[in-house]
Every structure is written in structure tokens, then in C-alpha cells.
Design a protein around this ligand. Structure first.
Ligand SMILES: C[S@@+](CC[C@H](N)C(=O)[O-])C[C@H]1O[C@@H](n2cnc3c(N)ncnc32)[C@H](O)[C@@H]1O
Ligand SMILES: [Zn+2]
Length: 272
């Protein structure tokens, strides 16, 4: 049974001959690259939303080189404990983590608002259901998902509560306070520490924190990897151009990536 929901009428979607169809007759063709576009015009605010093609490409090259493999592994280990049947990765990007998660569940959906990212993702793993869609209206049926994940991506709380089964889980990955500190120090006059804790506070009413893991990855970057790392982060456009150009001259750069992983469980609704 499919977990997808028609973004127009909210009925369930079924795959019939390469087209996802609802009972009301809305239909969405699977593109030849192997993804479906469920981002309907009613929900669109921009012509090409989400990450730019340049940052998607930089992220693909950086991640394929294995620099964030310790994080991918740590997320997989949590899935191995929980043994979910259905996972939804929100803001899946070009699919590096989604693709690894797929091996640990029966059904895996990756959704992202950026079409170019999903097109790249679809080439990685044909077992994932790749969807262009928005977190604001997740194209997924109510109470159908065991684990939602959001890695460095938006966290649409109410929609996550809607699609999760009772007792379902939410995995959030976000930069730890000193994530890429030396890199940021080279790019910015003043460096603010990341504040992962604020996610725990924001989610507290609907989600209970179950586990917190800090994952660190020391990185030895050559010039190409350094440029990709800068291009795939918001630093690309926030940093002073002179400083960025100066830093990008470096042949080698050593820095530590630090990730905060939170595992939350959906709280039970208070009984009336
Ligand atoms: C920093 S990237 C992270 C991508 C991926 N999770 C990773 O870690 O490699 C954030 C992603 O969120 C996507 N995004 C932004 N707003 C979104 C929305 N409203 N719905 C779905 N995806 C969104 C962007 O297109 C982008 O691919
Ligand atoms: Zn429909």
C-alpha cells in the first residue's frame, strides 16, 4: 500500500502504470529520472524553491567523498535500534542520508522542495520513493510513518505530528555549537555558536526528547573539498566575499564538523 497523499484533495495515491493516481482523478507521472512531482502550484511560492543547483552539486561532491560518513553511520545505528517500517526524510536534498536509511526499512520516502536536488537523489537509489514536495503540506497520509527525519532541513512540526503514527519518532540533525568553528572564524568577523538546544525547546510541546548524540568528524580538506564545503552551506552567501576568496586560496584546511543528533518521540495526546 502506498503512503503518498494527493496534494490537491488529500486522498491516497496509487501507482498505476508509472502514474500516481487518486480516486478523484488527479494524477502525477513518474519522471523518467525516477521521481514524482507532488509540489502543486497551489502550494508554490517561488518558481525554483529550495537549494540552488550550485549548492546541490557542491553537496553531492562533498558528501560522496565521505567526509560526513560518521554522521550517516550514526543515523543508521539509530534506525537499527528502532527497526521502522516506514521512514520519511524531509528536505532530503540530493539523498546521501536518505539512500543509506533505505536499507533499514521497508518503505522510504525522500521529499524536497528543490527539483534539481530530487533529480540527483533519484539516481542514487531506485528503492526510495523520491518526491518533489513541500514540508508545509507533506504529500503523505495521516499516521502512516514510523520515523520522520530532518537533517539540516525545515521541521514542519504540525505536519510531522499528522503523518507520524502514535509513538512515532522524529530524528533531527543540526549543527552542534562548535560545528566547523575554524572555518567560520576564517569567514566571519564574529562567530556565533550554534544553539541546537533551541530545537528541543521548540519541539517540547509535541515531542519528548529520548536520545541526544554528539557526532564529531575531523576533516582534512584539500582545496576542492574546501570550496565545496563553503558552497554547500549558507556561509556561501553570508560571508564577506574578500574573506571567502582569501580562504579559498588555501591548499589544505583542517577543521572539525560537529553534529547534534536528537531522537524525539511523539507525545501522546492528552486524554479528554
Ligand atoms: C541544508 S539542505 C540539507 C539536505 C540534506 N538533508 C543533507 O543533509 O544533505 C536543506 C534542504 O531542505 C530543502 N527545503 C527547504 N525548504 C523546504 C520545504 N519547505 N520543504 C521541503 N524541503 C525544503 C532544501 O531544498 C534543501 O535541499
Ligand atoms: Zn486528488
Amino acid at each position: 500500500m502506498s503512503l503518498l497523499m494527493c496534494p490537491v484533495c488529500r486522498q491516497s495515491l496509487n501507482l498505476v502504470e508509472n502514474s500516481w493516481r487518486c480516486e478523484k482523478g488527479h494524477h502525477y507521472d513518474v519522471a523518467k529520472q525516477g521521481y514524482v512531482n507532488l509540489h502543486v502550484v497551489q502550494h508554490k511560492h517561488s518558481k525554483s524553491p529550495g537549494d540552488t543547483p550550485e549548492s546541490v552539486l557542491a553537496r553531492r561532491e562533498f558528501l560522496q567523498a565521505g567526509f560526513y560518513q560518521p554522521l550517516q553511520q550514526a543515523v543508521v545505528e539509530i534506525l537499527q535500534q528502532l527497526k521502522p517500517q516506514a521512514i520519511l526524510d524531509i528536505g532530503c536534498g540530493e539523498g546521501y542520508y536518505t539512500s543509506a536509511m533505505q536499507a533499514h526499512t521497508q518503505q522510504c520516502i525522500g521529499v524536497d522542495i528543490a527539483k534539481t536536488a530530487v533529480q540527483r537523489a533519484a539516481k542514487l537509489n531506485a528503492e526510495v520513493v523520491w518526491v518533489v514536495g513541500t514540508g508545509a503540506t507533506l504529500p503523505v497520509q495521516n499516521h502512516s510513518i514510523d520515523i520522520c527525519t530532518s537533517l539540516f532541513s525545515p521541521i514542519p512540526q504540525d505536519e510531522i505530528v499528522r503523518v507520524l503514527r502514535d509513538d512515532g519518532y522524529l530524528i533531527v540533525v543540526t549543527p552542534a555549537p562548535k560545528h566547523l568553528f575554524d572555518l567560520r572564524e576564517a569567514l566571519f568577523e564574529q562567530v556565533n555558536l550554534h544553539e541546537p538546544q533551541k530545537f528541543v525547546e521548540q519541539l517540547d510541546a509535541q515531542f519528548e526528547l529520548k536520545q541526544a548524540h554528539l557526532v564529531e568528524a575531523p576533516l582534512q580538506l584539500d582545496q576542492v573539498a574546501l570550496k565545496n564545503l563553503i558552497a554547500m552551506t549558507p556561509y556561501a552567501y553570508k560571508a564577506n566575499l574578500e574573506r571567502r576568496k582569501g580562504l579559498e586560496q588555501a591548499q589544505q584546511f583542517t577543521v572539525t564538523a560537529a553534529f547534534q543528533i536528537y531522537l524525539f518521540q511523539k507525545r501522546k495526546k492528552p486524554s479528554m
